[in-house]
Design a protein. Structure first.
Lengths: 317, 291, 329, 285, 524
C-alpha cells in the first residue's frame, strides 16, 4: 500500500512537471505578444519601447531559461506579480479560487446525486420507459453546450421568473447557494449524461454478476440485493467517473463564469490569456492541472478501498 | 490406448532442461511457477503433464513453445536450442514454429474471431509457404473432420468441438514435429472430448507427431501418453512411464491424486483420508496467500 | 418425498424444442440424487425450477413440490421464504458466487440474518461455528478475509457454510465441485455427504461426470436434450446402463486404470433451435431405427426399479449382458 | 482448472427477440438527409451563402428568409446548408488522423509495454489534465491559423484519448490466446498487430469514434469561434454559432439557434446511431 | 419558432437621428447606496501602470486631476486655481488651497510635483504627454512652473486626463509596489474614498466627508463586473442600478426595456478602416472608391443596433471640446464618406477603380476579429469591394491577438485593411491627426504630405482655440481627401441607468469626471 502510494505520488510529480513545461511553453507560444500589453496604450508603441519592456520582464530570454526561472520561483511559492493587475498572483488566486471551488462542489453534489440516481434507476428498469426516458434526456442534455444551457436557465429562472439572482456569487451559506444554483445546474447538466450513462452501465454489469443471481436465488430481499450487492459493486467505475468529471470541471468553469458574471479562476484565466498576463495564466493553469491530477490521484488511491481485490492486484497502468 | 511405441532409445526430439520461471507479484512477493523442470520426449513419443491448478503446467507449456522466456534452462528440439529469449530473426522464428505447435484450452478464444475456418488455415499456411495452399486447406479440414459448412463458418458459428478441431488443424498446418496441448479437451463435453482424443490418436498414428499432453485429468492422460510427469507447486514430483505411474506410484502426492479420481466403488471420504498432501499452488515467497 | 418434480416442461418462446420436456424426478430426505448430462441438457434449468428462477418469458407446466409445497405457484414472501429457508443452492464457481467486495463474514451474516433467528452478534458466533463445521481452520480470522484471499476449495466450503446457514431441507449442488481439483473435490464431496447424512438433508447433485455421479450418488438421473433418459441406482449404472445414450457416455469416458479404446458418440447434442419430434438421441444412436425418429420418449420401468426411455428397451435389455461383459476388464 | 463443459453452440438467434431500433433508424435517416443536403446545397439554398444584405439584418423567420438572417443579413438557411459541408467533412478528417495516430500509439503501448506504455500513459495524463483547447492553441501558434491547422491540431489532441482507449481494449485483446496462437505460428509482432490485432479491435474503436464525432464537431466549432478555424464568410456551423452568439443578448436567437440546433441534432443523431452501432458490433462477440 | 425570435429590423434606431446629450437631468434626492456594473474588474487602481476604462471609471470619483473634463467635453482648471502663460513656452500653475487627502492631510505643491514627475517617468503610460516638457519646478508655496520646448496647445488637456492625477506622495511611497492593488487605501482627494476592494468580488466607494467641493448625493457606490448577457440580465432584474457600456450589444439589448433609461453622449471613438503596409489599398483612388461605396448606415444599423452613427472623419464628436459649430459645419462639407452610397457615388467609385494606377493583384484581405460589429463591417467592406469590382477576403484573429496589429508591423503583414476602433483621450481633434504625419508609427499606409505635416505641427503650437479650429478643419479635409484612414461611424458613449436615478454625464467624460458625485435620485 505504502509502495503504491509512493508510486502514485511519483507519477503525480512527473505529470505535474511535464504539464508545467507544456503550460509554460503553451503560454509562451500562444498568439499575441505580452510586451505589447505591458507597454501600455496603443499610441505609445514603438519598437524601442517594446524591446525595453521585453528586456525588463526577461521576455527576450530563451524559453528554457524563462521556464527554469519560473519553476524555481514556483517551488519557492513565489508565483510572481500579475502583469495586468500589478498584484501578487497568489493574492489574486486566493481571492477567486473559493468561488470556483464552491461552484464545482455544488455542481458535483448535483450531478452525483441526480446522475447516479438517474443512471441506477435506468439500469434497474432496463428496457422500460424509465430507461429510455433517462437515456434520451441525458443524451439531449449532453448535446447542449453548457453556455447555451446557462443562457437558457438565466433567461427562464433569472429574468422571466426571477427566482434566482443572475450575477455574483453571494455571501453567507444561503446567499452562496442561492447565487450559485443556476450556474451549478448549468454545469451539472452536461455532466449528467456521462455520469448517468456510466452509472447505468456499471449497475447493469454489477446486476449481471453471478453472485447477484446467487443472492437472489437464496431469497434475499430485492432492496437489500440492490443496495448491498448491485449498487455497492458498481461504485468503482461510478466513483472514478465522478472524480474525472469533477476534476475536469475545475478546469472548465470558464464559460459558466462568464455567463453568470462570476469572478472565479476560469474568468481570471481567460482574461489573463487575452492580455498575455504570463504569470497569472501560468499560475491558474498550474493550479487547474494540479487540482486535476490531485483529484484523479485521490480517486485512484481510493479505488482499492472500494474494491479490495485491487489492493493486491497488479496496477493496470 | 495402444499407440505406436517408439523405442525409448530413439534419439530425443524435445529436451526440456532445468526450466525455471519466477513471476514477480505486486509488492515484494515472488512466485516460482516452475522450478527445474526437465524431461525428454522421443520422436513420435507422447508425454503427459498432470498436476493441480496452479502447479505450473501452463507455464511449462508456454516455455516450450517460446511464449514465455524461462529464467533458466533450455528447450532443445533435435539438438537445436529453441529457448525463447534473445531477439531472433524471422527465419528462426518460423523454423521453431515448424517444429513445435500448441493447442490451447479455450478453443473459442484461441481462434481469430474475424476469420472463417478456411481463412484461418490460409493465414498460417501463407506464413510458411504460400504454394499449394488451397489443396492443403481441404486436406487439413478433412483430416480434422470439418465439413464444407464449417469451413466457411466463423468461430462463433461453430460448436466447441468444431472450434477445437480447427485449432488442431491450424497447428497441423505447418507439419510440426511436436504438438503441445494445454488442457485442450478440458472445456469439452465427454462425448466431444472423446472425439477429439480419438482424432489425436489417429493423427499420431498417421504422422508420427509427438505430443506433450497437459491435463489435470489422469484418466485422459492415461489414454494418450506413454510417459507422465506429475507436477506440484512448480516442481516435478514424479516422472515415469504412464502405466507404471498409475499402477505403482512412488510419490505420496501422486497417490493422493490417484485416490481422488472417482471410479466404481470409490468413496470420497476414504480418498481424503489417504491424502497426506498439503494444498496446491505454486511456491510463494513473502506473505503466504493460502494456509 | 422431499422434492418431487412431476412432468415438468419448460418452453421458451421461439425455441424449436422445450428446455425441459416432461421431467420427473424425486429426492427423498437424506438421499443424494445425481443428475448427469452433457452441457445444455437442462440440468441447471431443472435445479432453477426448484427455486423458481426461470427465464422471464418461459412457460412452465407440470408440478414441482418441495416438502409438499407447490413451488411453481409461489409468489412474493412465500417464494422468498422458500428460497431462503427450505432450499439452498451451491453453484459451480464459488468465486463468482461471492460478492468480491464483501468479507466472507458479511456473506454468512447476511444469510443468517435472513433466517430471522439471529441478531448481529449471535449471527457472528453462528458464522464462526458454521465455518468450523465445514472444516476451515481458524474460522474467526476467515470471517475477516475477502474472497480473493482464499483458494477455490476454501471458498466452496464458505459457500457450503452459507447454504447450511438457513438449515435447508434440500441442497441443490449444481456442478459444485467441477471447478475444483480432484483432491479438493474429494474433500468437498466427503463433507457434503457427511453433512447431509447428519441432518437428513436431501441433495440433488448435478454433474456432467457420469463416473462421479455413479460412484457418489444413491440414485442417478441421466438427462439428454431436456429429457430424463435413464434413472438408476448409482452402482447399477456402471455395469447395467440401459439407455444407448448412457452406454455411449460410458464408452467414451476414459476410466482410470482401465485401458480400452474410446468409442466416441458421433455428432453433437441438439441445440434449442434443432427440432426433435421423436427421440432426441435418435440421430446419434447406433441402435436407432426409422421409427425412433417419431417415437415420443416415455419412461419404461426396469426390473431393478430404475427407468429408461428407449423405444427399443426390450431388445436393449437383451444386449445388456454383452455390455456387461465388455465393461468388465 | 477442472473441466467446465461449454460445448453449447451459440444460442439460436430465434430465441432472442429482435427489438426494432426505431430511434437508431430515425437517427441514421436524419444523418443521410444531412449528407444529401450538404451535397445538393447549391440546388437547395435560396441564396448564396455569403450574400450580404445589410438592409435585412437579423430578420426573423418569414417567407423571404425561411430561417431568418444573421447580423450581416446573410440567409441562415443557405448558410446552414452550405455549412454542412465543412462541418461534416472536417470532423471526419480529424478523427481519421486522430485514429491513425491514436490506434498506432495505443496498440504499440499495449503490445510492447515497458517505457513506451509508461510514456503513452503519461502523455494521456498530461493531455487530459489540460483545460479546453490550450494544446490546439499551441499547435496553431506554431503552424498558423486555418482549417488545416485546426484539423491537424485537434487530430493530435484527440489522438491520446483514442490511444488510451485503444490501449485498454488492445490489452484485453492481446491477452486472448488467439494472439498467442499467432505467435506460436511464428508470426512477427508487427504483422500480428497490423493484420490481426487491430482489425479485431476495429469494431469497438469504430463505435468509440462515432461517439467522439460529436465532440470533434463541437471542438472544431469552438476553434472556429476563437478565430483559429475556418474564416468568414465560410458557413461552418461552429463559426455561425459564434457569430450569432453576440446577437442573443439583443434578443435575436436565430443566428445562434439555427446552426446550434444543426450541430446538436447531428451530434444527437450520431450518438444515438453510434451507441446502437457500438452495441450491435459488440454483441457479435 | 415565430417572428418573435428575430427582432429587430424594425426596432433598431434610426442611425441618422441618434440624439447625443452630454449629460442627464440633474438629480434631486439623496441615495444611500448604488450598485454599479463595470464590464470587467479593474486591473489596478494605479493608472500610471495599468490604465483600463474599468479602473478609470472607478478611480475618477476617488482621485482628482489638475484640470477637469466637463460633460460637454470642455476642460477647466480643477485642482489648479489659476494657470498663467507668461510666455508661450511656459505654464505657471497655482495649486488650490484647502484640499485634503482622504487621510485628512492637506494637499501640498510637493504632492502635485511628485505626481507630475511620476506621470512623466518614461516607464509610465502617460510619459508621452510630457515629451514636449523641458522642466517642471516648484516656484512658490503654491506654484509650479512648467517649461516646454515648443508652445503646447494640448498640455492642459492632458492634465485633465491621467497625466493630471494628483496623488499623496507619502502614501504612494509607503505602498511601493502594492500601490493600486486590492486591499490598499487610495492616495487621493476626490469626493469618494476607496472603502474596500475585494479582489474578484467588488469595489466599494464611500463619500469622503472632508471633501472640499460639493457634497455628493449618493453615500456609497458598490462596483461589480459582468460581461454582455450577465450585465444585461443584472440591469434588467434590478440587481444593478447602472453602467456605462462599451459593448454596443449590451446597450442594444437594454434598449426599450422597462425600468431602464438609456442615455447616449458624445465620445471621441470612431470605427475606421485602417489600410496597412501590405499595399492592397496603397492607391488613394482605391481607398476613396471603397469609402464612397461603403454602406455606413447599413453597418451602423446591422452591426451596432443603430447605436452608431455614420461618420465622415476619424474622430468622434466628443473631441470637439471647443469651436463646436466650426467642426459641425466642416463635417457636413465632406462628401467622400456618404452614409448610404447613392448610385452616383457607386458610379464615381467604379470610375476611380478603373482609372486607378495600382490595382491590387489579389483579393484585398480584411483583418477583423469575430465580434459582431467588426464582422458586420468586414462583411460590409467585402460587399462594397465586390460591388466596385474588386475581390475581397476576410481573415479573423482572436480578439486577444488584435491589439498586436496596432503595435507590431509583422502581425499585420498579411492583411490589407484592418477593421479598427479608435479613440483619443483628449477632447481635441489635433490629438488624433498627428497619426497622419509622414513618419508616424500609426501612418501604416505611408501617406506623405509635407504640407499636412507642417499644418499639424502648427496646430499643436497654436494656443488660440479659434485659430486652431481653422487649422484642424484644413487638416481634416486633407486627411479625408487622401483617405489615409476610412472612417465608418462614430460610436457614442452609452449610459444605462435605473429609471429612479439621474445626474451623471452621458458623454465620454465619465472616464475623467467624478460622475458619481452628481448621481442621485430623480425625486428629492
Ligand atoms: N503472468 C503471470 N504473472 C504472475 N503469476 C502468474 C502468471 N502466469 C501464471 N502465474 C502463476 O503461476 C502459477 C502457475 O501457473 P500455471 O498457469 O502454469 O498453472 P497451471 O498448472 O497451468 O494451472 P491450471 O490448471 O489452473 O491451468 C500460478 O500460481 C499462477 O497464478
Ligand atoms: N434464460 C435462458 N434463455 C434462453 N435459453 C436458455 C436460458 N437458460 C438456459 N437456456 C438454454 O437452455 C438449455 C439448457 O440449459 P442448462 O443451463 O439447464 O443446461 P445445463 O445442463 O445446466 O448445462 P451446463 O452443463 O452447461 O451447465 C441450454 O441450451 C441453454 O442455452
Ligand atoms: Mg493451465
Ligand atoms: Mg448448468
Amino acid at each position: 500500500m505504502i509502495v503504491r502510494i509512493g508510486r502514485r505520488l511519483a507519477g503525480l510529480l512527473a505529470t505535474l512537471l511535464a504539464s508545467s513545461f507544456v503550460i509554460f511553453a503553451a503560454i509562451y507560444a500562444a498568439p499575441g505578444d505580452p510586451a505589447v500589453f505591458l507597454a501600455g496604450g496603443r499610441d505609445t508603441l514603438t519598437p524601442e519601447r517594446l524591446a525595453a519592456v521585453r528586456e525588463q520582464y526577461h521576455l527576450d530570454e530563451p524559453l528554457v531559461v524563462q521556464y527554469g526561472r519560473w519553476l524555481w520561483d514556483c517551488l519557492h511559492l513565489d508565483l510572481g506579480r500579475s502583469f495586468q493587475y500589478g498584484d501578487e498572483v497568489a493574492d489574486l488566486l486566493a481571492a477567486r479560487f473559493p468561488t470556483t471551488l464552491e461552484l464545482v462542489a455544488y455542481a458535483t453534489v448535483l450531478f452525483v446525486v441526480l446522475g447516479v440516481s438517474a443512471g441506477a434507476l435506468a439500469a434497474l428498469n432496463r428496457g422500460r420507459w424509465i430507461d429510455s426516458a433517462v437515456v434520451g434526456a441525458t443524451t439531449l442534455a449532453a448535446s447542449v453546450p453548457s453556455f447555451v444551457g446557462g443562457i437558457a436557465l438565466v433567461a427562464l429562472f433569472g429574468v422571466q421568473l426571477g427566482w434566482f439572482p443572475v450575477t455574483g456569487s453571494g455571501e453567507g451559506l444561503v446567499g452562496t447557494l442561492h447565487h450559485l444554483t443556476l450556474p451549478a445546474v448549468a454545469m451539472a447538466l452536461g455532466a449528467l449524461a456521462v455520469v448517468s450513462r456510466v452509472t447505468r452501465q456499471a449497475v447493469v454489469d454489477a446486476d449481471g454478476a453471478d453472485h447477484v443471481a446467487v443472492a437472489r436465488s437464496s431469497g434475499l430481499p430485492e432492496r437489500e440485493i440492490v443496495r448491498r450487492h448491485v449498487l455497492r459493486n458498481a461504485l468503482g467505475p461510478i466513483v472514478t467517473m465522478c472524480g474525472l468529471v469533477t476534476a475536469g470541471m475545475l478546469a472548465g468553469t470558464v464559460a459558466i463564469e462568464t455567463v453568470f458574471g462570476l469572478s472565479g479562476i476560469g474568468s481570471l484565466l481567460v482574461g489573463a490569456i487575452n492580455s498575455h498576463d504570463f504569470p497569472v495564466a501560468q499560475a491558474v493553469l498550474l493550479l487547474m492541472v494540479t487540482c486535476y491530477v490531485v483529484v484523479t490521484t485521490l480517486v485512484d488511491l481510493a479505488h482499492p478501498l472500494l474494491d479490495p481485490r485491487l489492493k493486491s492486484a497488479r496496477s493496470a497502468a | 490406448m495402444t499407440t505406436p511405441q517408439t523405442p525409448a532409445a530413439a534419439q530425443p526430439l524435445l529436451v526440456a532442461d532445468g526450466l525455471r520461471k519466477t513471476y514477480h507479484l505486486p509488492g515484494k512477493d515472488t512466485l516460482v511457477a516452475a522450478n527445474d523442470v526437465s524431461f525428454t520426449l522421443p520422436t513420435g513419443g507422447s508425454i503427459g503433464i498432470v498436476g493441480e491448478s496452479g502447479s505450473g503446467k501452463t507455464t511449462v507449456a508456454r516455455m516450450l513453445v517460446g511464449l514465455v522466456r524461462p529464467d533458466a534452462g533450455t528447450v532443445r528440439v533435435d539438438g537445436r536450442d529453441r529457448t525463447a529469449g534473445r531477439r531472433r530473426g524471422r527465419g528462426e522464428r518460423l523454423a521453431r514454429a515448424r517444429e513445435i505447435q500448441m493447442v490451447f484450452q479455450d478453443p473459442y478464444l484461441s481462434l481469430d474471431p474475424r476469420l472463417t475456418a478456411r481463412q484461418c488455415l490460409a493465414t498460417s499456411l501463407s506464413l510458411h509457404d504460400a504454394a499449394g495452399a488451397q489443396g492443403r486447406i481441404e486436406e487439413l479440414l478433412d483430416r480434422v473432420g470439418l465439413g464444407s459448412r464449417e469451413a466457411a463458418a466463423r468461430p462463433h458459428e461453430m460448436s466447441g468441438g468444431q472450434q477445437q478441431r480447427l485449432a488442431i488443424a491450424r497447428a497441423l498446418a505447418v507439419n510440426p514435429r511436436v504438438l503441445v496441448l494445454d488442457e485442450a479437451v478440458a472445456a469439452l463435453d465427454v462425448s466431444i472430448q472423446s472425439q477429439i482424443l480419438r482424432l489425436l490418436v489417429d493423427i499420431r498414428q498417421d504422422t508420427g507427431l509427438a505430443l506433450v499432453f497437459i491435463s489435470h485429468d489422469l484418466a485422459v492422460v492415461q489414454h494418450v501418453t506413454d510417459e507422465t510427469v506429475v507436477m506440484r507447486r512448480g516442481t516435478v514430483v514424479e516422472q515415469g512411464p504412464t502405466e507404471r505411474l498409475l499402477t505403482a506410484p512412488e510419490n505420496a502426492y501422486t497417490r493422493a491424486l490417484l485416490a481422488a479420481v472417482p471410479r466404481r466403488g470409490w468413496d470420497p471420504a476414504a480418498a481424503v483420508r489417504d491424502r497426506g498432501a498439503a494444498p496446491a499452488g505454486g511456491r510463494r515467497s513473502g506473505k503466504a496467500q493460502e494456509d | 418425498m422431499l422434492l418431487d418434480i412431476d412432468g415438468l416442461t419448460v418452453q421458451l418462446p421461439g425455441a424449436a424444442r422445450p428446455l425441459l420436456a416432461d421431467v420427473s424426478l424425486r429426492v427423498a430426505a437424506g438421499e443424494v440424487v445425481g443428475l448427469v448430462g452433457e452441457s445444455g441438457s437442462g440440468k441447471s434449468t431443472t435445479a432453477k425450477a426448484v427455486l423458481r428462477v426461470l427465464p422471464d418469458d418461459a412457460a412452465a407446466h407440470g408440478r414441482v413440490t418441495v416438502a409438499g409445497a407447490d413451488v411453481l405457484t409461489m409468489t412474493g414472501s412465500a417464494l422468498r421464504e422458500h428460497r431462503a429457508r427450505r432450499v439452498a443452492m451451491i453453484h459451480q464457481n464459488p468465486r463468482s458466487a461471492l460478492n468480491p467486495v464483501h468479507r466472507v463474514g458479511d456473506f454468512l451474516v447476511e444469510r443468517l440474518l435472513r433466517t430471522g433467528d439471529h441478531d448481529r452478534r449471535t449471527a457472528r458466533d453462528r458464522a464462526v461455528e458454521l465455518l468450523d463445521r465445514v472444516g476451515l481452520n481458524d474460522p474467526a480470522r476467515r470471517l475477516r478475509q475477502y474472497p480473493h484471499e482464499m483458494s477455490g476449495g476454501m471458498l466452496q466450503r464458505v459457500v457450503i457454510a452459507g447454504a447450511l446457514a438457513a438449515d435447508p431441507d434440500l441442497i441443490l449442488a449444481d456442478e459444485s465441485t467441477s471447478a475444483l481439483d480432484v483432491t479438493t473435490q474429494a474433500e468437498i464431496l466427503a463433507l457434503l455427504r457427511d453433512l447431509g447424512r447428519r441432518r437428513e438433508t436431501g441433495m440433488l447433485f448435478i454433474t456432467h461426470d457420469l463416473h462421479l455421479a455413479a460412484a457418489y450418488c444413491d440414485r442417478v438421473y441421466v438427462m439428454y436434450a431436456g429429457r430424463i433418459v435413464e434413472h438408476r441406482t448409482g452402482h447399477s449404472l456402471f455395469d447395467h446402463a440401459r439407455h444407448p445414450y448412457t452406454r455411449g457416455l460410458l464408452d467414451c469416458s476414459p476410466e482410470l486404470g482401465i485401458s480400452r479404446p474410446l468409442r466416441p458418440i458421433p455428432g453433437r447434442p441438439p441445440s434449442l433451435a434443432d427440432r426433435a419430434d421423436g427421440c432426441p438421441f435418435a440421430a446419434r444412436c447406433p441402435e436407432a431405427e426409422p421409427a425412433c425418429e417419431t417415437w415420443t420418449p416415455r419412461a419404461t420401468e426396469l426390473p431393478d426399479g430404475g427407468e429408461a426411455a428407449c423405444r427399443r428397451l426390450p431388445e436393449a435389455a437383451a444386449a445388456t449382458a454383452g455390455a456387461t461383459a465388455r465393461n468388465n476388464p | 482448472m477442472t473441466a467446465v463443459p461449454a460445448d453449447a453452440p451459440a444460442p439460436a438467434p430465434t430465441v432472442r427477440r429482435v427489438r426494432r431500433p426505431v430511434a437508431a433508424l430515425v437517427a441514421t435517416g436524419f444523418l443521410a438527409l444531412v449528407v444529401l443536403a450538404a451535397v445538393f446545397a447549391p440546388l437547395l439554398a435560396p441564396y448564396a451563402p455569403d450574400a450580404v444584405d445589410l438592409s435585412s439584418s437579423l430578420v426573423g423567420t418569414g417567407g423571404e428568409h425561411l430561417l431568418g438572417t444573421d447580423a450581416s443579413g446573410q440567409d441562415l438557411l443557405s448558410r446552414v446548408l452550405y455549412g454542412a459541408r465543412t462541418s461534416l467533412v472536417a470532423p471526419v478528417l480529424l478523427l481519421a488522423l486522430a485514429a491513425v495516430i491514436g490506434v498506432s500509439l495505443g496498440t504499440l503501448a499495449a503490445w510492447r509495454g515497458g517505457w513506451i506504455d509508461t510514456f503513452v500513459s503519461r502523455l494521456t495524463d498530461v493531455m487530459y489534465a489540460f483545460p479546453g483547447l490550450l494544446f490546439v492553441v499551441l499547435i496553431i501558434a506554431v503552424f498558423g491559423t486555418g482549417v488545416t491547422t485546426s484539423v491537424l491540431g485537434l487530430g493530435l489532441a484527440f489522438a491520446p484519448t483514442i490511444a488510451k482507449y485503444t490501449r485498454s481494449v488492445a490489452l484485453a485483446e492481446r491477452a486472448k490466446p488467439y494472439i498467442d496462437a499467432y505467435r506460436v505460428q511464428g508470426m512477427g509482432g508487427a504483422r500480428i498487430c497490423v493484420r490481426h490485432l487491430v482489425p479485431n479491435l476495429a469494431r469497438s474503436i469504430a463505435g468509440y469514434l462515432v461517439v467522439l464525432f460529436g465532440e470533434a464537431l463541437m471542438s472544431l466549432a469552438t476553434l472556429s469561434y476563437l478565430g483559429f478555424g475556418t474564416q468568414p464568410p465560410s458557413s461552418d456551423w461552429g463559426l455561425m454559432v459564434q457569430e450569432g452568439q453576440s446577437a442573443i443578448v439583443q434578443g435575436a436567437l436565430l443566428p445562434a439557434l439555427v446552426p446550434g440546433t444543426a450541430i446538436a441534432a447531428v451530434v444527437v443523431a450520431f450518438n444515438v446511431a453510434g451507441v446502437h452501432l457500438a452495441d450491435r458490433l459488440g454483441t457479435r462477440r | 419558432s415565430g417572428a418573435d425570435t428575430g427582432p429587430a429590423g424594425g426596432t433598431a434606431r434610426d442611425v441618422t437621428q441618434l440624439e447625443l446629450t452630454p449629460t442627464t437631468a440633474a438629480a434631486a434626492g439623496a441615495v444611500d447606496s448604488v450598485d454599479w456594473l463595470l464590464e470587467d474588474e479593474p486591473d489596478s487602481l494605479d493608472l500610471d501602470t495599468q490604465g483600463g476604462s474599468a479602473g478609470r471609471t472607478v478611480l475618477t470619483n476617488v482621485c482628482e486631476r489638475l484640470y477637469q473634463l466637463q460633460p460637454d467635453m470642455t476642460v477647466r482648471p480643477w485642482l489648479v486655481d489659476k494657470a498663467t502663460r507668461p510666455d508661450p513656452k511656459t505654464l505657471v500653475l497655482t495649486v488650490r488651497d484647502g484640499v485634503t487627502f482622504h487621510d485628512g492631510s492637506a494637499m501640498t505643491v510637493d504632492d502635485v510635483l511628485f505626481s507630475l514627475r511620476r506621470h512623466a517617468d518614461p516607464d509610465m503610460s502617460e510619459a508621452d504627454e510630457f515629451e514636449n516638457v523641458t522642466s517642471m519646478k516648484k516656484t512658490g508655496a503654491h506654484e509650479i512652473t512648467v517649461r516646454f520646448k515648443e508652445p503646447d496647445a494640448l498640455f492642459t488637456k492632458a492634465l485633465a486626463g491621467d497625466a493630471g492625477l494628483v496623488y499623496q506622495q507619502k502614501r504612494v511611497q509607503e505602498q511601493g509596489k502594492d500601490f493600486g492593488t486590492p486591499g490598499q487605501a487610495d492616495a487621493c482627494s476626490g469626493p469618494y474614498r476607496l472603502a474596500s476592494w475585494k479582489s474578484g468580488d467588488s469595489v466599494t466607494l464611500e463619500r469622503y466627508d472632508g471633501y472640499w467641493g460639493d457634497k455628493p448625493l449618493t453615500r456609497k457606490v458598490v462596483f461589480r463586473w459582468a460581461e454582455d448577457s450577465a450585465m444585461v440580465n443584472a440591469l434588467r432584474t434590478g440587481a444593478a442600478d447602472g453602467a456605462y457600456t462599451d459593448s454596443v450589444g449590451t446597450a442594444a439589448a437594454l434598449d426599450g426595456k422597462k425600468g431602464i433609461d438609456l442615455h447616449f453622449g458624445p465620445s471621441t471613438a470612431t470605427l475606421d478602416l485602417i489600410p496597412t503596409e501590405r499595399g492592397g489599398l496603397a492607391d488613394p483612388d482605391i481607398r476613396k472608391a471603397l469609402s464612397l461605396s461603403l454602406d455606413r448606415a447599413g453597418i451602423a444599423k446591422s452591426g451596432y443596433g443603430g447605436l452608431a452613427q455614420p461618420w465622415a472623419t476619424p474622430v468622434g464628436s466628443g473631441a470637439w471640446g471647443y469651436a463646436k459649430s466650426v467642426f459641425t459645419a466642416a463635417q457636413k462639407e465632406l462628401t467622400g464618406a456618404p452614409a448610404s452610397p447613392t448610385p452616383a457615388d457607386i458610379a464615381r467609385a467604379k470610375k476611380l477603380v478603373q482609372n486607378a494606377e495600382h490595382k491590387p493583384d489579389g483579393p484585398i484581405v480584411i483583418g477583423t476579429d469575430s465580434t459582431q460589429g467588426r464582422l458586420v463591417i468586414a462583411n460590409g467592406v467585402r460587399a462594397a469591394l465586390q460591388q466596385i469590382g474588386l475581390k475581397a477576403q476576410i481573415k479573423t484573429v482572436p480578439s486577444a491577438e488584435y491589439g498586436e496589429f496596432y503595435g507590431d508591423k509583422s502581425a499585420r503583414a498579411d492583411i490589407d485593411v484592418l477593421v479598427a476602433d479608435w479613440y483619443i483621450s483628449k477632447s481635441d481633434p489635433v490629438g488624433f491627426y498627428d497619426n497622419g504625419v509622414s513618419d508616424d508609427s500609426n501612418n501604416w499606409v505611408g501617406f506623405h504630405s509635407t504640407a499636412y505635416d507642417a499644418k499639424v505641427e502648427q496646430a499643436k503650437r497654436t494656443l488660440d482655440d479659434a485659430e486652431r479650429a481653422e487649422l484642424v478643419v484644413d487638416i481634416q479635409r486633407r486627411f479625408t481627401d487622401a483617405a489615409v484612414w476610412i472612417p465608418v461611424a462614430q460610436t457614442p458613449t452609452a449610459l444605462a441607468l435605473s429609471d429612479k436615478l439621474t445626474g451623471p454625464p452621458a458623454s465620454m467624460a465619465y472616464l475623467y469626471h467624478p460622475w458619481a458625485a452628481s448621481l442621485g435620485a430623480k425625486k428629492g
